[in-house]
Design a protein around this ligand. Sequence first.
Ligand SMILES: Nc1ncnc2c1ncn2[C@@H]1O[C@H](COP(=O)(O)OP(=O)(O)O)[C@@H](O)[C@H]1O
Ligand SMILES: [Mg+2]
Length: 290
Amino acid sequence: MPMPESQPEVLPSAAHERPGPVPPAEPPSGSDPALHPRILDPVLQVEELSLWYGETRALESVSLQVAARRITAIIGPSGCGKSTLLRCFNRLNDLVDGVRIAGDIRFEGMSIHDPTTDVNLLRKRVGMVFQKSNPFPKAIYENVAYGCRIHGTRRKRELDEIVERSLRSAALWDEVKDRLEESALGLSGGQQQRLCIARAIAVEPEVILLDEPCSALDPIATAKVEELMLDLKSRYTLIVVTHNMQQASRVSNYTAFLYLGRLVEYGETERVFINPMKKQTEDYITGRFG
Ligand SMILES: Nc1ncnc2c1ncn2[C@@H]1O[C@H](COP(=O)(O)OP(=O)(O)O)[C@@H](O)[C@H]1O
Ligand SMILES: [Mg+2]
């Protein structure tokens, strides 16, 4: 009689992990435990990624795996490369002159730098929300419908459905449903940021990148966006850059600490905040520098 397959060891993280048959990515043996958490179902794999702006190196051999349908926070002092790393995931740095990249990122196993990669499709699948909310100076409806029009959806009925669904997903529908034809610029800062999230959701991405999405918002608007992120992670993979340590610990499942372009520590958020393995991480999260 064949032996039953052994069950994977249950780690403390198991409580918030999605159950399923996907084999977990085991940390490479002999690897630094401060950098290699056990990631179930990695959707993005960063492999020894370095990036230079001209002569200046902004990222140095960063390797990490991003878990599907979880929130990964990227923290670190200003200028350490957080936004640069975030922009690598959908190749937004391609638009910057003089950028050179070494290493790779795999998205569902495929290199995003492969010559056959359709960059427009990549940016549809990996959407972006910026620090300063940037709605188009158009009607609320148009802001959400825009991406779908670009990608070829023309029928009014279909667009109406997408707009409503996206605004509902972004927890904004009830606030704007009676003013869809009014300018998006008349919304409050927090509403504008949720509108930008609705716009990102409308084209049905798999991953949403958020670069300090709350740094221009008041505490109430911030709480709404955080609540929204927690809600979205059941359907999307979120990567959020934040300089707000409380935010990282409140919302994220995994935290990456970058310093001077290098990944110093990466692990489950609770572990990183309660039991940092590197002195630099501890100094940063306890506010000794940064
Ligand atoms: N477009 C650019 N051209 C040249 N240098 C850049 C550019 N963008 C960022 N940098 C530099 O790269 C480093 C990392 O920047 P960035 O990723 O924006 O850091 P963070 O988001 O952590 O504040 C900084 O030294 C910054 O000055
Ligand atoms: Mg930044």
